[in-house]
Design a protein around this ligand. Structure first.
Ligand code: SAM
Length: 239
């Protein structure tokens, strides 16, 4: 559902097709043209991806498991999931992100001649906002997307994502802890040029309440922090 009077989504889409695309493609990439802060965020984010992969593989093989990666960005998670044999449906509101993810997947999932293992299935990439996603997946994952939306919109997004998942829903978000809230307030004294660069923090209790409202409970929690990157990771299952 479109938010009333909000318009965050259009701003976010426009940002991630333009300047946000350039910025995040660098952060999520491997090139050296990043500053100290960007390098730190790159590290934090890669730890989040590693944590998610560990959460999943600890629970069993991903071979043939259907996974919806909502807001897939440049494919940082979709590609390792495909390598583990998951059947991945990856989508993003930004067409620029989706085409970059497609390019990365082609490069990284290419079959080498000496490789004996079965070739991974290419993720199914699509341009779509998460609110428009349909179908059922074993696992739904949405990493570092809620940060672009206030809790009033995040509630509906969480409910929709849960409705697509049969067994697991994994979310990451910037936690609204006292320390981080303070940092953010300081940041607001020097507002950026774009609304999309604004970060919305979410209290873990609010996310948990949104999940409980639709019959889900948190099974596992993780916290990933570096100097400039903070993410609370939750794995939810039907209650
Ligand atoms: N999940 C990816 C990852 O962790 O590597 C990308 C995270 S990036 C900070 C946020 C992504 O969410 C961007 O690619 C953006 O285009 C996408 N996004 C933002 N709002 C969205 C929405 N409503 N539906 C789908 N994607 C969205």
């Amino acid at each position: 559902a479109e938010n009333v009077g909000g318009g965050d989504k259009e701003v976010v889409r426009e940002y991630f097709n333009n300047s946000g695309f350039q910025r995040w493609k660098k952060i999520y990439g491997e090139t050296d043209d990043v500053n100290k802060v960007q390098r730190d965020i790159r590290l934090g984010h890669s730890k989040t991806v590693e944590n998610v992969m560990k959460m999943l593989t600890d629970e069993g093989s991903l071979q043939g498991v259907t996974v919806c990666d909502a807001g897939c960005g440049t494919g940082c998670l979709a590609i390792p999931l495909a390598k583990e044999g998951a059947v991945v449906y990856a989508s993003d509101i930004s067409a620029a992100m989706v085409s970059e993810a497609q390019k990365q997947a082609k490069e990284q999932l290419q079959i080498t001649n000496d490789d004996q293992s079965p070739p991974p299935t290419m993720p199914n990439f699509e341009v779509s906002d998460l609110e428009s996603l349909k179908g059922k997946y074993d696992t739904v994952i949405c990493l570092d997307v809620l940060i672009h939306y206030p809790q009033s919109q995040a509630d509906g997004m969480i409910a929709h994502l849960a409705s697509l998942a049969e067994n697991r829903l994994i979310l990451s978000f910037a936690p609204k802890t006292f320390y981080y809230d303070l940092l953010k307030r300081v940041g607001e004294l020097f507002p950026g040029p774009s609304k999309a660069t604004r970060a919305y923090l979410h209290a873990e209790a609010d996310v948990e309440r949104a999940l409980r409202k639709v019959g889900w409970k948190i099974k596992e929690r993780g916290l990933i922090t570096t100097q400039f990157y903070f993410a609370r990771l939750v794995e939810a299952v039907p209650a």
